[in-house]
Design a protein around this ligand. Structure first.
Ligand code: SAM
Length: 235
């Protein structure tokens, strides 16, 4: 699969407090522990945002032409994407299993005057049931969990897309392990667009798929992370 890259400019380099939210590892492919709810809570414990308040660039680009309706942001973290969607006029449900992250997301939404447009929900996506055909947009941005746990979540997410609605996933691609920047450095927590599409079955008609590059500012200069992107629609 081809990698879509753009020229690196000041405008498209990501400035984050952390590249991905996973503790940097120096050993590629090393088996580190999967982060559970309490690990994420500890990670989010600082007052500052561990990521950025800016929405993910691919979410912004891929939803720019959509008419705002109801959106579901799965694994919302500190809420940067949910807040941005609400600012664009979407009515958002934002789900994460970290209560600490949800509190930070609520603070961000309050500061940006969109708290009333977001329904924050603390839940574990591995057991979170979703209404069928309910949302005009279902987004999963960097939910990196073992593939066996991710696949049923993807199926439920796809079924939650309303007729004419959009499914969007952005994740750290398997290719990133050897050729890109940032964590997680576990092969079983990385995936490809092909694996995501296979899980969606015939629920979603795929419109765009592939690997995309995301330049990141690091202490050692600009590095490039490789993400996978899948966007599709329910007819
Ligand atoms: C790398 S962060 C991404 C946050 C956000 N989507 C963003 O782009 O800023 C991954 C998020 O997934 C959440 N998460 C991981 N496993 C989860 C699960 N089983 N159920 C709900 N949330 C989960 C974590 O709490 C964390 O906030």
């Amino acid at each position: 699969m081809q990698i879509t890259s753009q020229p690196i400019t000041a405008a498209n380099v990501e400035l984050t407090n952390s590249s991905t939210g996973h503790t940097p590892s120096t050993v590629r492919g090393a088996a580190s522990r999967v982060m559970g709810r309490e690990d994420w809570n500890k990670r989010y414990a600082s007052e500052e945002l561990i990521w950025t308040a800016n929405a993910n660039r691919f979410l912004m680009a891929e939803t720019a032409d959509l008419s705002p309706g109801s959106a579901l942001d799965l694994a919302t973290g500190e809420g940067r994407n949910a807040v941005w969607l609400a600012e664009q006029g979407w009515s958002v449900r934002a789900v994460d299993f970290s209560d600490v992250a949800i509190e930070k997301a609520k603070r961000l939404a309050t500061a940006r005057n969109v708290i009333d447009q977001i329904d924050f929900c603390e839940a574990d996506l591995r057991s979170y049931e979703l209404e069928f055909h309910r949302f005009d947009l279902v987004a999963l941005i960097y939910l990196q969990i073992p593939l066996a746990e991710l696949l049923p979540i993807l199926m439920r997410a796809a079924r939650a897309v309303a007729p004419g609605g959009t499914f969007l996933l952005v994740g750290h691609d398997t290719e990133n392990l050897m050729n890109g920047y940032g964590d997680p450095q576990r092969a079983d927590m990385l995936y490809t667009a092909e694996q995501v599409i296979a899980a969606l079955g015939d629920e979603i008609v795929i419109e765009k798929t592939g690997r995309v590059e995301r330049p990141v500012q690091t202490p050692d200069g600009i590095k490039v992370a490789i993400d996978c992107l899948v966007r599709g629609k329910r007819p």
